[in-house]
Ligand binder design. Structure first.
Ligand code: AMP
Ligand code: GLY
Length: 422
């Protein structure tokens, strides 16, 4: 069948790459895609979701997969389903688990899912009072979507109060900050876990770790993620079971009770504190760059997994993963994450070493075709992925690939997967 993938990043490229040769997939469409996805399929640029649903019908697109959160929160799944189309992702109501941190925290509290102690407020005096009861660091979060920038880890009460005032007055994040969450700081190690859900059942993928800060040693500003690896040895079977029992099962049951059964990718941001998984946040889509390393670890068909999830048949599926590790290193442009950089031509040297060539690939993200030349035009430009029998081997291969890829101003972190290797 024909399949469409919504989004433009490395995440969407990696999903397309994983499905391109699937026996069930005839043609791939990307909306809007990027300068490299047209090597996997056809890029279409339609912004209106009703028009897009019509395009899907006109082109026999029987299945659509949504990459980013914005179309989900905007209701693209509801629009497609109303037209009788099959689409993988949560409804607008279920997407509130990411679209509103207040909704998410209140949901976690209501269904007894462990999370950091917090208050929700739109009132500055209430916020200041709660801040006075906490020791720094103190976490202040804007309610709405802020492009990954809405969380402030304040190093003093004064800083927390300043962040609070700026959010509640609308100065820092506009309407998205008019309601806030203030919560205790959790000290532990962070995991990204992904449950593919069909409303009742789920398949939990291998646990990954992202690297959110720009610079080595987790220094510098927050980014969308500078690299990831999986599966992480920081998670054992007991921890997987705890996450299933304490987080995923109650979330699926709770969302059903709320009248918003969760279908799609449940991204659980976890902080492990003294061996216990505490939910930091939910997202309702794959992480990026986590998706780029999880897709190549799937031995079973990625198409089948998403299609069965979208049609309520996950219970029929027995998913297998390769017995391998994957490491992804993000190559970003010069001024990321502060501002965009001038377009720069991308050159990839030929890899003559067969072992490296066979165990590495690039997932393209912020790239465009300018005069038929592939150019870096986004903040996170591409991800160099290495596979191996150990994390170290996968990492070494990913970094060897990084050495073969060139564009002016390219920058990478050199310590991806350090928590697993120290
Ligand atoms: P979020 O946008 O909710 O993913 O938060 C961004 C990042 O802030 C997370 O990935 C964590 O690294 C950090 N963070 C969020 N909440 C907490 C918390 N309660 N304690 C410690 N770190 C946190
Ligand atoms: N890599 C984290 C995210 O996609 O939010």
């Amino acid at each position: 069948m024909n399949v469409m993938i919504l989004g433009a990043g490395g995440r969407e490229y990696s999903i397309g790459r994983a499905m391109k040769d699937d026996e069930n997939v005839d043609k791939l469409y990307f909306c809007p895609g990027n300068g490299a996805t047209h090597n996997l399929g056809e890029n279409v640029d339609i912004k209106d979701y009703h028009e897009l649903a019509q395009f899907a019908k006109d082109n026999d697109i029987e299945f659509t997969i949504v990459g980013p959160e914005a179309p989900l929160v905007d209701g693209v799944v509801d629009i497609f389903k109303a037209e009788g189309l099959t689409i993988f992702g949560p409804s607008a109501q279920a997407a509130q688990l990411e679209g509103s941190k207040v909704y998410m925290k209140n949901f976690l509290a209501k269904y007894d899912i462990p999370t950091a102690a917090y208050i929700e407020t739109d009132h500055i005096e209430t916020a200041f009072k709660f801040i006075d009861t906490l020791d720094a660091p103190i976490v202040v979060k804007a309610d709405g979507l802020c492009g990954g920038k809405g969380v402030i880890i304040a190093m003093s009460r004064d800083e927390a109060k300043k962040a609070t005032s700026e959010m509640l007055s609308g100065t820092s994040f506009g309407d998205a900050g008019l309601k806030i969450i203030i919560e205790e700081f959790l000290d532990g190690y962070e995991l990204s876990m992904f449950a593919i859900c069909d409303g009742d059942d789920f398949v939990l993928l291998q646990a990954a770790q992202d690297h959110k800060r720009l610079l080595d040693g987790d220094k510098g500003p927050n980014t969308g993620g500078m690299g990831a690896y999986a599966p992480t040895p920081l998670v054992d079977d007991e921890l997987y079971e705890k996450v299933k029992d304490r987080v995923i099962r109650p979330t699926l049951a709770g969302m059903k009770k709320e009248g918003a059964p969760f279908e799609g990718v449940l991204f659980i941001g976890i902080m492990v504190v003294n061996g216990e998984p505490i939910t930091l946040e939910f997202n309702v889509r794959f992480g990026d760059p986590e998706c780029e390393i999880l897709m190549p670890l799937m031995k079973s068909s990625v198409f089948d997994l998403f299609y069965k999830a979208a049609t309520g048949k996950l219970n029929e599926l027995n998913v297998e993963f390769y017995d391998k590790y994957a490491v992804g290193v993000v190559m970003a442009s010069k001024d990321y994450p502060y501002s965009s950089s001038t377009p720069a031509q991308i050159i990839v040297d030929e890899i003559h070493h067969e072992e490296i060539a066979n165990n590495t690939h690039i997932s393209y993200a912020g790239v465009s075709l300018l005069d038929d030349t592939l150019c870096a035009t986004g903040g996170r430009v591409l991800v160099c992925v290495g596979l191996g029998d150990s994390i170290k081997q996968a990492r070494d291969r990913a970094y060897m690939l990084c050495g073969q890829v060139h564009f002016a101003g390219k920058k990478i972190r050199t310590d991806i997967a350090y928590q697993a290797l120290r």
